[in-house]
Design a protein around this ligand. Structure first.
Ligand code: HEM
Length: 501
């Protein structure tokens, strides 16, 4: 090795050491700064292992705003729900939603879109999920849920069947959701085409689920060599299953899909990249509904009083209907809109299990006003993180016994929806935030709510559902999934079900 190379290597090593040991200091007006003890990495390991416990500890140490070093990035964490509005309504030029989304798009799904203009994409996609289109989606979802739910199938047979509640809920919602957005085998629905829809959507679900399990590691860039091979294989398979050429033959494709494909064509995205974007969208649109429905059903099965109240609310719908439930082709919107008890149960289960990170890139040096009058300066290039799961959702000052499921927590004594929750004596605007808030609040919220409610309705009306071991504890969370939306359980919950007579 020549002296020049040795000298070069030494210089690079020195530079690296200098970078690793150069410690940022807190400037006047900035939030408390905590760099942890490991240079550059900071708190990356603790954060990745169990973000909720780590952030709880940091909140006790520093209060409701602080900056931590996480894998070379400075992340300012804000945990005061009264101050969230000053973040979620900031213009993109100051706090940018998309920079981190684009980073994850690339890292997890290998998607790179030329001339990507998120505002343009959003303005094209928004109308496809609202108003008339929402009604069309809701109706298609009901039909597809009936295709997928074992009740209508020969294989359901009679007698009890055993399964896992998580698998049951996730599989039904993702498969029906996939058929609703990406289209079905052939119109009109025949027994044969429905059987094909069941087989194909099961293939999509099982392949998707293998990728879903690798997601936290993919996002953190911590895949083992074996995991990498597996991720590569699974993605390749999904890109084939969802290729534009394959989707071109499908019937009843949603307006959402048509508009998205047209948009991708217009901005010059290749067919190969379109398939990748469609896999990304499968996750973005379907990754949370199944887990949400799982927790909701599990809380009901563990709380007989809550289950009885929900059943009692649904009973009149069934008795007033002109047809038996097995023949109903839609669930009228006015029925979906008049179930305050089920709505309260949904809000309560989302309060306990929805744990997305609301992340923004600080696009310019700025002053962040807090609701209590304090003001903190944020540095351009840092990341800002809200974690509503800790506060408001699990905050004991807002919710008494915040760990306990109370089915009527979001109901007033007169049975109407409760919206009054307080912290520091002040009414909260954002008291649960499973859908985010502000400029980037979830666009699919109404569709997701109606889909989950239809699934719960069908599951309760058509089946007797029981926990195999009624005394079993509610499973712990898979702690690696904080930040991705709905939490998933560490293990599945065995249930048995049978068709109701
Ligand atoms: C239980 C199901 C769902 C949950 C819990 C959920 C939650 C969320 C959250 C937390 C955000 C990000 C907010 C932020 O960072 O500020 C978001 C954004 C979004 N969601 Fe959902 N979502 C669900 C289902 C859906 C569905 C079914 C669709 C579409 C069919 C959808 C479409 C979107 C879109 C397009 C955005 C981005 C909005 C933007 O760019 O401004 N979501 N969702």
């Amino acid at each position: 090795m020549s002296w020049a190379v040795v000298f070069g290597l030494l210089a690079a090593l020195l530079l690296l050491l200098l970078l690793l040991t150069r410690r940022r200091t807190r400037r006047p007006g900035e939030p408390p700064l905590d760099l942890g003890s490991i240079p550059w990495l900071g708190y990356a390991l603790e954060f990745g292992k169990d973000a909720a416990s780590f952030l709880t500890r940091m909140k006790e140490k520093h209060g409701d705003i602080f900056t931590v070093l996480v894998g070379g990035r400075y992340v300012t964490v804000l945990l005061d729900p009264h101050s969230y509005d000053s973040v979620v309504w900031e213009p993109r030029t100051r706090l940018d939603f998309h920079a981190y989304a684009v980073f994850l798009m690339e890292r997890i799904f290998d998607v790179q879109l030329p001339h990507y203009n998120p505002s343009d994409e959003k303005s094209k996609m928004k109308p496809t999920l609202l108003h008339r289109e929402l009604q069309a989606l809701t109706e298609a979802m009901y039909t597809n849920l009936r295709t997928i739910l074992p009740g209508d199938t020969v294989e359901a047979g009679s007698g009890w069947h055993e399964t896992g509640l998580f698998d049951f809920s996730y599989s039904c919602l993702l498969r029906a959701g996939y058929l609703t957005l990406y289209g079905v085998e052939a119109p009109p629905w025949t027994q044969e085409s429905q059987a094909q829809d069941r087989v194909h959507s099961a293939d999509v679900f099982h392949t998707f689920r293998q990728l879903d399990l690798l997601l936290p590691k993919l996002a953190r860039g911590s895949l083992s060599v074996g995991d990498k091979d597996q991720a590569c294989r699974v993605k390749g398979r999904l890109w084939k299953l969802l290729s534009p050429a394959r989707l071109a033959t499908r019937a009843h494709r949603s307006k959402w899909l048509e508009s998205y494909l047209q948009h991708l064509e217009e901005v010059g995205v290749s067919e190969e990249m379109q398939a990748r974007a469609l896999v990304l969208q499968l996750w973005a649109t379907q990754g949370n509904m199944g887990p949400a429905a799982f927790w909701l059903l599990l809380f009901l099965l563990k709380n007989p009083e809550a289950l009885a109240a929900v059943r009692e609310e649904l009973e009149p719908v069934l008795s007033r209907a002109e047809q038996p439930i097995s023949q109903m082709t839609t669930l009228p919107q006015k029925v979906l809109d008049s179930t305050p008890i089920l709505d309260s149960v949904l809000s309560e289960s989302l309060r306990l299990t929805a744990a997305p990170f609301i992340t923004r890139e600080v696009a310019a040096d700025l002053a962040l006003p807090m609701a209590d009058g304090r003001e903190f300066t944020l540095r351009r290039g840092d990341r800002l993180l809200l974690f509503p799961f800790l506060s408001p959702q699990k905050d004991p000052e807002i919710y008494t016994d915040p760990e306990v499921f109370k089915y009527n927590r979001f109901l007033n004594p007169d049975g109407s929806e409760k919206r009054d929750f307080y912290k520091n004596g002040k009414r909260l605007k954002n008291y649960i935030m499973p859908w985010g808030a502000g400029h980037n609040q979830c666009l699919g919220r109404a569709y997701a709510v109606s889909s989950i409610k239809q699934f719960v309705f069908l599951a309760l009306a058509r089946f007797d559902l029981e926990l195999t071991s009624p005394d079993m504890e509610i499973p712990e969370f898979d702690l690696s999934r904080y930040g991705f939306g709905l939490m998933q359980p560490e293990r599945d919950v065995p249930i048995r079900y049978r068709l109701r007579p």
